[in-house]
Design a protein around this ligand. Structure first.
Ligand code: GLN
Length: 292
């Protein structure tokens, strides 16, 4: 194999990533750098001062192996084994959905309903209890728990493999106010009530062509697709949530850009009030909330 500097390696792989995957030139360069830094076990600052170093053959081979996986479409988050979400470094595996920036909208919406405890307000506000349904990597539950250390967060998932990843994330981030429970939506939570229930459930239509494209091909289908209209799980959550909310409690659901009307009417039919929508970073109605 011909010897290359790190900078040359990045340039040739940037071109391949840009041509073969649906990535912009800057995304392609960023991904090429991430893969190389992963192999080198170094950070970006290091690369700036070493970009003209020649890559040793073992590094080059390991890098080409990761690059080929990426060129075959495997998500970069699964190759690297992590994803940043709401300032948290989260382990991700093929057992978990890859956390999306859009879902940070759900975290923001939840935090806006949980007062920040200060020494003055500590005695006035009771500790809030929050439930995250279908937690996956734990992304939403951990982001809420980290930013509201006095809240008690329960996070459930139907997949024990996902819960293992979420538990590992809580440990490595040193977040102790989250408890993980194996449950098919609310089924294992008989008699328990919360102040806030949040969920990023599967909501893609079963026949949606996007399921056969990009990262989605590699992610757990059970975390993405939900029946013909994508609303099977959302319907189930909305129907059961009222028995698990305290008076005045909120349900907050992430959903598809075209499901906003459906989710709002399902919430109203189930007795929720104050139904409103929250825009994601791209200006799309991504989260709908209602109060019981
Ligand atoms: N928003 C994701 C996507 O469209 C899907 C996540 C989900 O189904 N909850 O790629």
């Amino acid at each position: 194999m011909q010897s290359n500097t790190f900078s040359q390696l990045i340039q040739t792989s940037q071109t391949k990533l840009n041509t073969l995957l649906d990535l912009t030139a800057s995304e392609a360069k960023f991904e090429a750098q991430l893969l190389l830094l992963h192999v080198l076990n170094k950070d970006r600052a290091w690369l700036i001062t070493h970009e003209n170093d020649v890559a040793q053959s073992n590094i080059n081979e390991a890098f080409q192996a990761l690059l080929n996986r990426r060129l075959n479409g495997e998500p970069i988050a699964y190759i690297l084994g992590y994803r940043e979400f709401y300032g948290l470094h989260l382990k991700v595996t093929p057992d978990t959905l890859i956390p999306r920036p859009d879902t940070e909208t759900l975290v923001e919406a939840a935090l806006s309903k949980i007062p920040l405890h200060t020494s003055q307000t500590q005695n006035i506000h009771q500790k809030k209890t929050i439930l995250d349904l279908g937690t996956g990597t734990g992304a939403v539950a951990l982001a809420i728990a980290k930013n509201r250390p006095l809240a008690n967060v329960i996070a459930v998932d139907i997949s024990q493999a996902a819960l293992n990843v979420a538990t590992e994330n809580a440990k490595s981030l040193n977040i102790s106010n989250v408890q993980f429970i194996l449950s098919d939506w609310l089924s294992a939570l008989n008699g328990q009530r919360f102040d806030l229930i949040v969920s990023n459930p599967p909501y893609i239509e079963g026949s949606d062509a996007h399921l056969q494209q990009g990262d989605l091909r590699f992610e757990p289908l059970s975390a993405l697709a939900s029946g013909c209209d994508g609303l099977d799980d959302i319907r189930q959550i909305i129907n059961h949530a009222p028995q698990h909310l305290n008076a005045g409690g909120w349900l907050m659901l992430e959903h598809g850009y075209n499901q906003v009307g459906h989710v709002a009417s399902l919430l109203k039919q189930a007795g929720f009030n104050e139904v409103s929508h929250v825009l994601d970073l791209s200006g799309v109605n991504r989260v709908t909330i209602g109060q019981i």
